[in-house]
Design a protein around this ligand. Structure first.
Ligand code: XMP
Length: 312
């Protein structure tokens, strides 16, 4: 097998991007994740100020994330537009409980918002950080990843534009290598993966601002308590059903949170980490203490396969 050389990939990519874009302007949907930020930075290197990065605040991001992403893009010298679309996204989730239906709804809203921005900016080319694993899972029908369109027969022109996916042939470790070679800060290139549809995949059942707030708080606790583990992904999931518990000496039929901590290199397979009990115990203590509605905290010990990393 040929060894991946980030430098060679970047040179080839820059040329391809320039050829494909010509003298047009480009926008890049940047969520702050490794893939979309590396893709954004790569295209910025190719076309400079003809690129506008767009951060869509869908109300589903982790604590402090919108501010973090905007700061990073600014530090990298990339022109950025911040779009507050929280209301629109929560509207489309109303009444939806099925995982795939939620994914499709997210995808549709995501492209509609981007399409609108692209029209305002009179831009026809949109950059996305789609990587190989996204394409494989979507084409196999395991999950419809939010950023995969053409491969499943949806014409991006329906939404009004052409899609540029410079990382579509790479897996996550190679994307990180490209990020490092491009000189991105480690807080981006070494970042824990985070899915495009964000916390909507981790709120099982209906996605509402209140339910997202619960999982956001739990996520922050899990991340704080597992920083030193160096695992591939660490997060919390809010269940769609409830359980009996006791708070303030009274019965509370409350929420259930599952904690998922996995090792992986490319997200195609994953292993549940054997986390020291003291860490799990502390997480459970904090989650049930700091989030009033949560009465039960579970740990997921299933590998991928047969599970997937996310619950939805
Ligand atoms: P699963 O849950 O399929 O996830 O084992 C594999 C990896 O992909 C991430 N993931 C997504 N990333 N859009 C993304 O950008 C999506 O729709 C999506 N779904 C899952 C997941 O967090 C894991 O790293």
């Amino acid at each position: 097998m040929k060894l991946f050389e980030a430098k060679v990939f970047i040179e080839k990519s820059l040329q391809e991007i320039r050829e494909s874009v010509g003298d047009r302007n480009v926008i890049s949907a940047c969520s702050g994740g490794v893939d979309s930020t590396v893709a954004t930075f790569l295209v910025h290197k190719a076309v400079g100020d003809r690129l506008v990065a767009v951060f869509i605040d869908d109300g589903l991001r982790r604590e402090g994330e919108p501010e973090f992403v905007v700061r990073i893009l600014k530090d990298l010298g990339i022109k950025t537009r911040f779009i507050d679309a929280k209301e629109e996204f929560f509207k489309i989730f109303a009444g939806r409980v099925d995982a795939e239906e939620k994914r499709r709804a997210f995808r549709h809203e995501f492209y509609s918002v981007l399409g609108k921005v692209a029209k305002e900016e009179k831009i026809l080319v949109i950059v996305q950080g789609t990587i190989k694993a996204d394409v494989i899972e979507t084409v196999k029908g395991i999950k419809s990843q939010h950023n995969v369109l053409e491969q499943i027969g949806i014409d991006p022109l329906v939404y009004g534009y052409k899609i540029l996916e410079p990382l579509r042939e790479l897996f996550k470790p190679e994307v990180r290598m490209v990020g490092r070679e491009l000189g991105l800060p480690a807080e981006i290139s070494e970042r824990m993966p985070f899915p495009g549809p964000a916390l909507s995949l981790r709120v099982l059942g209906v996605v509402t601002p209140e339910r997202v707030k619960i999982v956001r708080q739990a996520t922050q606790i899990v991340e704080e308590e597992t920083l030193q583990l160096g695992t591939f992904q660490n997060f919390a999931v809010l269940h769609n059903d409830k359980a009996t518990g006791i708070k303030n000496d009274e019965r509370l039929y409350g929420n259930i949170i599952t904690v998922r901590i996995v090792d992986s290199t490319d997200a195609v397979t994953a292993k549940a980490r054997e986390v020291p009990y003291e860490i799990l115990f502390k997480i459970a203590k904090r989650i049930t203490k700091e989030i009033p509605s949560v009465v039960r905290c579970l740990y997921d010990i299933t590998d991928k396969p047969p599970s997937t990393i996310e619950f939805e």
